[in-house]
Design a protein around this ligand. Sequence first.
Ligand code: ADP
Length: 546
Amino acid sequence: MLGKMMHRPLLISHLIQHAARYHGDTVITSRETDGSTTVTNWAKLHDNSKRLANALAALGLEQGDRVATIAWNNRRHLEIWYGVSGSGMVCHTINPRLFPQQIIYVINDAEDQVLFFEKTFLPLVIGVKEHLKTVKHFVCMTAPDEEVRAQIPEVIFYDDLVDNQSAEFDWPELDENAPSSLCYTSGTTGNPKGVLYTNRTTVLHSFCISLPDSISLSATDVVLPVVPMFHANAWGLPYAAAMVGAAVSLPGPNLDGHSLASLIDKDGVTLAVGVPTIWQTLLAAAKETGTKLPSLKRNVVGGSSCPSSMIRTFHNDFDCETLHAWGMTETSPLGSANQLKAKHKDLSDEDKLKVRLSQGRPPFGVELRIVDAEKNNKLLPNDGKTPGNVQIRGYWIVDTYFNKEQSALEPDGWFDTGDIATLNEDGYLMIRDRAKDLIKSGGEWISSVELEDIATTHPAVASAAAIAANHPKWDERPVIIAQLEPGHEVTEQELIDHYLGKIAKWQIPNAVVLVDAIPISGTGKMLKKDLREQYGNLLIERGLVD
Ligand code: ADP
């Protein structure tokens, strides 16, 4: 033998053991569903996840079994994450805002054995309960509560389950390819599809997002994952926080701007992570109360395109650096993150902003390419100009959806993301659209992302969605649905004029509709499909068909 290196499997239980051993007193603050705040730490969280692992074993669960949660980001949920995945089971986090039919579908598809739920979701659970084919135990994530017991007599209470168990538990030495968690995509078309992550993909992803040119996490950070734990595992933050020993602030159910601003100030949050709609409400609340969010040094924006005005406001008014990242449930989720390279350091602020507007470049561990999907995945140049379908491969990318026979990959092993983007020679990705949101006018394609960004540079506009409206001559033309900042006014014509000189004339939207609120999905994204259903015939109805 030439020699040999030790082989240690990459396991989620190692993350929590490390956090407890070397960062045991690092604080985890949790806003609970009943309005109270709990302060715990990695050592206590580890103990409780071991108690839970003992409890799950006592309930008869085995490795590979699926355990569902319908829960906010809080202390008990994090204990469940580690207790379930650490003992070799699969933690299936469910988005409570799915339609009840979809919730029934995902639980039956996953064959969940246990369902952990917040008291808030009791009506939802009662509504779907009789349709659930595999759930043997319903666990309400509270202390014993007679109101809940009156409605589900067989219910188990989380605190009973955990308090009665010992904190002595030896995490099993699993195969690192053992599945650890399961997230379903939102299923805007057809049933949601499950992505089954493994211990190995999760640990590798945690290394990656902690790197300085990714999210740059450290033991000195206080991390606020606003992104829900059911949305692509809160983008991996709760795992990476354990890896580096960061403090965590778990926001619970109240994700309005005022609650978040006060939580950031109270907990001294240094890094916050979420979708653009969250930051929009945070900025509005901070402006109202006058807080400068002094502790907040970085925020990560992903899930939808980050408007340039948002990066500017965080930078200029809050001294906070906005990091634009891109990914999807199928990619664990990190596919790219925007940090500058050395060659950008001397650029003016305005030119830096142009670089930082893009979704960034792939970290080590994933590769990106753009192709012409209609021409047999012909490779397209990385010139920053030519748009194509984004395809990805890497260490933490889906191969086959849960319960499906057929691989989701292209014949040569890449995953097609359904996004349309350009890549430049440095690997910076610029998302132009989702293939299903494309606006095609007379055979030419108009970027909805660009139209939306221009709309939000108008001071009166809080958020904007560009959709394709039917047009007898051009097939489709862009229409903007805009939500105004409170107390601001603007006419539809003024907003259309705002586009003059910023893009080619033929790309300027044909109409603007001002609405009180743009509908938002359970993961905080604009529901463009609903908007298209509502406004798809607007131009024809208004006679704007020249
Ligand atoms: P859902 O399908 O529920 O929206 P995902 O969160 O997996 O679930 O959505 C992934 C999609 O979100 C990507 O394919 C892309 O279209 C969009 N997306 C994610 N991050 C960004 C970003 N930074 N800019 C633009 N679009 C993004």
